[in-house]
Design a protein around this ligand. Structure first.
Ligand SMILES: NC(=O)c1ccc[n+]([C@@H]2O[C@H](COP(=O)([O-])OP(=O)(O)OC[C@H]3O[C@@H](n4cnc5c(N)ncnc54)[C@H](OP(=O)(O)O)[C@@H]3O)[C@@H](O)[C@H]2O)c1
Length: 241
């Protein structure tokens, strides 16, 4: 069986303070990796043993300053997870918000990949996992801004995978469905979340752990051949009617 240890590896996880990102950080630490987790506050709360860095993904200066950290630290693993959603009908989509969401979910992840890849090439090994969303694959009302950003992140990842595969670097996306995290609790009532759960073939909302387990598989040595994929983890919601 493949050794699943990440000892000697450094992982960067954006949005490592809460929900999906935090669960990813915990799993990396449990496997012996060193981890840098980011959040938006000057002093964010990350799991014990994780180094913390402040990062505001829609702020190019903040991204550039964190890119310098990445270029210096040369992580083996990069998980682009941080950020928020934004919902509005097409008539109400605000262009400033389009810029903010696309900076957060497309431009910043691209810059962080650019900063990380030279180090990964030096290691001759790298894993990039970008968190997309089912809204980037299947249409639902109010998701034009957010969904287009997540679709772009998928396209970015597939094309990136084509460039870096020869260097031992695998790049994939994970597309969560309805995950019962802070974002979902903020945007939906309990009755709405129950209706969502009922619409999913496995009859429950996903958990941060459901997503983190897939991320950690794709980011680890046990993944040797999956690249350029956008793996949907949604309890079957998108494929079953
Ligand atoms: N939850 C879902 O159902 C769902 C579904 C599909 C896709 N996703 C995607 O999964 C990823 C994680 O979502 P989640 O539900 O775990 O989110 P969450 O619980 O709201 O946590 C978001 C994380 O990202 C950080 N963050 C928020 N805004 C940021 C910004 N502007 N710049 C930098 N970092 C920022 C937060 O830091 P602070 O603690 O400092 O705020 C936190 O660590 C996101 O990319 C989201 O789009 C989630």
């Amino acid at each position: 069986m493949m050794d699943q240890s990440l000892a000697g590896k450094l992982a960067v996880v954006t949005g490592g303070t809460r929900s999906i990102g935090r669960a990813v950080v915990e799993r990396f630490l449990a496997r012996g990796a060193s981890v840098i987790g980011t959040g938006t506050k000057p002093d964010g709360d990350v799991p014990k043993g994780c180094r913390y860095a402040q990062l505001q993904l829609e702020n190019p200066q903040s991204v550039e300053s964190f890119c310098r950290v990445i270029a210096g630290e040369r992580p083996h693993i990069l998980v682009n997870n941080g950020g928020t959603s934004s919902f509005a009908t097409i008539e109400d989509v605000d262009l400033a918000d389009v810029e903010r969401i696309h900076e957060m979910h497309v431009v910043a992840p691209l810059r962080l990949c650019q900063a990380a890849i030279p180090g990964m090439k030096r290691h001759g090994w790298g894993r990039i996992v970008n968190i997309t969303a089912i809204s980037g694959i299947w249409g639902r009302p109010t998701r034009t801004n957010y969904g287009s950003a997540k679709a772009a992140l998928d396209g970015l990842t597939a094309n990136l995978a084509a460039e870096v595969g020869a260097h031992g670097i695998l790049a994939n996306c994970v597309a969560p469905g309805f995950i019962d995290t802070d974002v979902l609790k903020k945007n939906y009532t309990e009755a709405q979340r129950k209706a969502m759960a009922d619409s999913v073939p496995v009859k429950r909302l996903g958990t941060a752990a459901d997503i983190a387990d897939m991320v950690v598989f794709l980011a680890g040595p046990e993944n040797g051949y999956a690249t350029a994929q956008n793996i949907v983890v949604d309890g079957g919601f998108g494929r079953v009617r």
